[in-house]
Design a binder for this molecule. Structure first.
Ligand SMILES: [Zn+2]
Length: 443
């Protein structure tokens, strides 16, 4: 069923020829509405045309997409032009499904490993309440392990032996830093816990995973010097909405020492301008804390919010350009900071946002902010369930380890200040914020 279109035929014309003009035009309009790059749109049109040429009408579109991705694509010998990488085909056909059938769900898992990783991910999300970034990493490592052991074959748990696990980790450890090797072993240990909860016999397997030595305080956390920090902040010219947004995000990171996910998750309702206070709802540790709004950060946020794209999202920081108005992901925050490092001429070894988190801890302002937090009673506390987005449910009968892993389940605990808890109950609001007006903190 391979197509042999003429070389001069455009991807849209080719898709219109094998499907129908209105359907192809609607799909292209959907892609343009998402403000994808023109090269990406062209690739997606080619992928969809390839799929439409291959497809027979005996199955539903969703089933055909699954078969195409899992069976046809790896062995495709079609003469037509188009991309053959799985991730691009999957992304293009997911949008094709939505555009042509109105389906919002993603296509069904295409391989046994996809299905296994998806089920494991649901366990991490719904039972363990693991942060998004940690889930992404665990999915990647578990997928790499399963792919190496089983390839395209069905998964057989009886094949898992201590030697298989040990050799996988030791082989990977030769190419990565010790901390990453430790993460790989830890992620496989998590996967084995999941298998145990599924009733799979894994006795002796967790012990086979090597433990990587990571001496505490063996090295000083890396941070930016005051000179480098000044160059970094000066690299945002604040002449465009994007630059203003990135500057405000950079100040959030170096002032409060936030994680990238906390910056991306910041909501408009979290900022209390009158009290000069901002509630940080961490998705990683399932706790909230209140931090003072400094004068320079308040100016930066206000400067950005004046040019923020119109959107119905409550997120402070939204995308500009492609998918304009959509909420940011932590990877966009990291990418913006990486570009800032490059513009400031910092060494290539300076990456990630934790460098800025460490920098925040070394600044004089950190001491002042902590004092302000202490004076205003904004101690670190557990958040009430209503303000947490990721509610965690633990079925009866789960092990104590699982319960321990879900200890931040959103219930107020002893560390929650009594006055806040009482105010929260009276007002029915999620998070009681200090009511006393306060001036921005000069730092
Ligand atoms: Zn093909």
């Amino acid at each position: 069923m391979s197509g042999t279109p003429g070389l001069s035929e455009s991807p849209l014309a080719r898709l219109s020829r094998v499907t129908s003009s209105p359907e192809a035009a609607h799909y292209e309009a959907t892609l343009r509405a998402r403000r994808l790059a023109s090269t990406t749109i062209e690739r997606y049109l080619q992928v969809s045309a390839h799929f439409a040429e291959w497809r027979t009408s005996t199955t539903t579109v969703a089933e055909a997409v699954a078969t195409f991705l899992s069976t046809h694509l790896p062995a495709c010998t079609c003469a037509c032009r188009g991309r053959r990488t799985l991730f691009e085909n999957r992304a293009a056909l997911r949008l094709w499904l939505r555009a042509t059938t109105g389906a919002s769900a993603s296509p069904p898992p295409s391989t046994p490993i996809d299905a296994e990783v998806e089920t494991y991910d649901r366990y991490l999300r719904d039972v363990c309440g693991v942060a998004v970034q940690t889930r992404v990493r665990r999915r990647r490592h578990v997928r790499a392990f399963l792919t190496e052991v089983f390839g395209a074959q069905p998964i057989r748990y009886d094949v898992l032996r201590p030697s298989v696990l040990t050799s996988f980790v030791t082989r990977r450890a030769q190419h990565v830093r010790p901390v990453t090797a430790g993460a790989i072993a830890s992620d496989l240990r998590s996967y084995l816990r999941y298998l145990a909860l599924q009733g799979v016999a894994v006795a002796g397997l967790p012990e086979a995973l090597p433990r990587v030595a990571q001496w505490r305080l063996a090295s000083v956390p890396k941070h930016l010097t005051p000179t480098d920090l000044a160059r970094f902040l000066a690299a945002f010219d604040r002449a465009t909405p994007r630059s203003r947004r990135d500057y405000a995000m950079a100040l959030c990171l170096v002032t409060w020492g936030l994680r990238a996910c906390e910056v991306a998750g910041l909501r408009l309702t979290d900022i209390d301008w009158r009290s000069a206070a901002v509630t940080i709802r961490s998705s990683k540790v399932h706790r909230a804390r209140v931090v003072p709004l400094t004068a320079d950060l308040g100016d930066a946020l206000a400067g950005y919010l004046r040019v923020r794209p119109p959107t119905d999202r409550d997120h402070v920081f939204v995308r500009i350009g492609v998918l304009e108005g959509e909420a940011l992901t932590p990877s966009v925050v990291r990418s913006a900071m990486r570009l800032g490092y490059a513009r400031a001429g910092l060494p290539a070894s300076v990456t990630g946002t934790h460098r800025l988190r460490h920098t925040a801890a070394t600044r004089e302002s950190a001491r002042v902010l902590r004092r302000v937090q202490s004076e205003r009673g904004w101690t670190r506390c557990h958040a009430p369930a209503s303000i947490l987005q990721n509610s965690v449910t633990v079925p009866c009968g789960w092990s104590s380890t699982t319960r321990r892993n879900t200890r931040h389940s959103g219930r107020p605990c002893g560390r929650w200040p009594r006055s806040w808890a009482a105010r929260s109950r009276r007002s029915g609001a999620g998070c009681a914020r200090p009511s006393a007006t306060a001036e921005p903190v000069p730092v």
